[in-house]
Design a protein around this ligand. Structure first.
Ligand code: NAP
Length: 487
């Protein structure tokens, strides 16, 4: 028996059944902390995606006709089932994606919160009687589910992202086919087991792993798929938007970020440095809302640089399942090489390394995808990482003099997902916050996500919102009923 054959064999969820790929093929998922294989994953393609869309389309009429209250019961049961397996699934998130266990637990909590919040919110998907200027007629609006949705998610938030999409979609009465990222397919298939255990009716939610372009193409070309909800890179988002144009499908796009973090000289230095460090090194820098460009007012630049570098050097890096580890590996070696390239480019153009700047050294790191927490100062604005998403544990510090100057700098990129301001002057915080071109602004705060709050970007960071009331709207159409009445 080969080593691969002894690994757990995961299964996709199609029409309520746990299935292997039509091709019979599988691939092996690995742990980025040590290169160990974790599980065999079905390598699905367009045939599996088509079967899943068949199932979602067949399930739609009955699911959409259920009352919102009845659907809410299903979602609460699903949340209960997920609660029961939260520790086990958090461990799979850590071993497949690499983030420390406490961050993985946070993902599980957000997943459960999303299910419970949308279970209730869908009961408030009200329509309206509209005051009608025409006698003998009444105007009524009704909110109806969009239909079958295709969802594509990235690897960096492999569990919560499922529920950021599935919870509002299912609550609204839509059915869904979900395709996870290749790197974190095992997490999605563990969650698929939970869907099955919770007895969500067959076909309402389906999970297909495998060949991204083939599965995505089914979403784009099958008329029954009425909406595509995508989270991932701007490049793939653009490709899907182009494809979705042919059939005028609805789309939600949660794309890349390039967040500015602005530290004014009047900030609470201790709290701000702590917050910036935790934002920067969250998920080893692989977060769409992560700190990409750190602008520090010149009078505090040296102190912030020194303290951030001290922080970076003291961080415990390692396998995220081990106690005390605050930063895990990057998702794969390609990600490590991309960070190396960006750092080399910046250093070549004059940036100074204050901490890190290389792969982690030592036996514990040899087989994993580890890059040291890094701090760079004097980064020229011509460096690639000023305009590109770093997606690694590299803090790049720039200096500025005035408020107007930093607003221009912050806005002078193509992205607009999140931005952060640190100041004790609330007038300034509000003034600057209002001018920043981004979907979300943290003011002395870096935690932006909650089931209750709308999350999303402007410019090339995307279209639409996930979370909050706005997240439900993404899965609802407004229908107008014009009714003749004998007054
Ligand atoms: P990615 O390369 O765009 O992949 C995202 C998903 O798209 C994966 O499931 C991938 O499948 C799939 N995909 C790739 N090519 C496709 C195609 N031709 N047709 C259909 N699907 C395709 O992004 P990533 O590297 O996984 O994730 C990192 C990016 O996500 C970053 O830019 C980050 O900022 C962004 N992100 C944004 C948000 C937000 O809320 N705005 C949140 C998290 C992450 P395979 O893995 O199988 O290739």
């Amino acid at each position: 028996m080969t080593q691969d054959a002894r690994l757990p064999l995961a299964a996709m969820l199609i029409d309520g059944r746990l299935e292997q790929a039509q091709s019979g093929e599988t691939f092996v998922s690995t742990n980025p902390a040590n290169g160990e294989p974790i599980a065999r994953i079905p390598f699905g393609d367009d045939r599996d995606a088509r079967l899943a869309v068949d199932a979602a389309a067949a399930a739609f009429p009955a699911w959409s006709k259920l009352s919102a209250a009845a659907r809410a019961k299903h979602l609460h049961r699903l949340a209960d089932a997920l609660e029961r397996r939260r520790n086990e699934i958090a461990l799979v998130v850590t071993s497949e994606e690499g983030k420390p266990l406490h961050e993985a637990q946070g993902e599980l909590q957000l997943s459960i919160d999303s299910l419970r919040w949308y279970a209730e919110e869908a009961r408030r998907a009200y329509g309206a009687w509209i005051p009608d200027p025409v006698p003998g007629r009444r105007l009524l609006t009704q909110r109806q589910p969009v239909g079958v949705c295709g969802a594509i998610i990235p690897w960096n938030v492999p569990c919560a992202m499922i529920f950021r999409k599935a919870a509002p979609a299912l609550a609204a009465g839509c059915t869904m086919v979900l395709k996870p990222a290749e790197a974190t397919s095992y997490v999605a298939l563990k969650v698929a087991e939970v869907f099955a255990e919770a007895e969500i009716p067959a076909g309402v939610i389906n999970v297909v792993t495998g060949k991204a372009s083939a599965i995505g193409n089914v979403f784009l070309t099958d008329h029954r798929v009425r909406k595509i909800s995508f989270t991932g890179s701007t490049d793939v988002g653009r490709l899907l938007l182009r494809g979705a144009a042919d059939q005028i499908k609805r789309t939600s796009m949660e794309l890349g970020g390039n967040a500015p973090v602005i530290l004014f000289e009047d900030c609470d230095l201790d709290a701000s440095i702590r917050a910036v460090a935790s934002l920067k090194f969250l998920n080893a820098g692989q977060a769409c809302i992560g700190a990409n460009r750190i602008y520090v007012q010149s009078s505090i630049y040296e102190e912030v640089s020194r303290r951030l570098a001290d922080h970076a050097r003291q961080m415990k890096v390692g396998d995220g399942s081990q106690a005390g580890v605050v930063m895990g590996p990057l998702v794969d070696m390609k990600a490590v090489e991309k960070v190396e390239e960006l750092v080399a480019d910046a250093v070549g153009k004059g940036a100074v390394l204050r901490a890190g700047g290389s792969r982690m050294q030592g036996e514990a790191y040899e087989r994993g995808c580890f890059y040291a927490p890094t701090v760079m100062t004097g980064v020229p604005r011509t460096a690639r990482l000023h305009d590109e998403e770093i997606f690694g544990p590299v803090a790049a510090l720039y200096t500025f003099e005035t408020e107007d100057e930093v607003v221009d700098l912050a806005n002078n990129v193509d992205y607009g997902l999140s931005a952060y301001i640190f100041t004790e002057n609330m007038d300034r915080a509000i003034r600057v916050g209002e001018q920043l071109e981004s979907g979300m602004v943290g003011i002395n705060e870096t935690r932006l996500g909650a089931a209750e709050a709308p999350f999303g970007g402007v410019k090339m960071s995307g279209i639409g919102r996930e979370g909050g009331r706005e997240g439900l709207d993404e899965y609802l159409e407004t229908k107008l009923l014009a009714i003749r009445v004998k007054d």
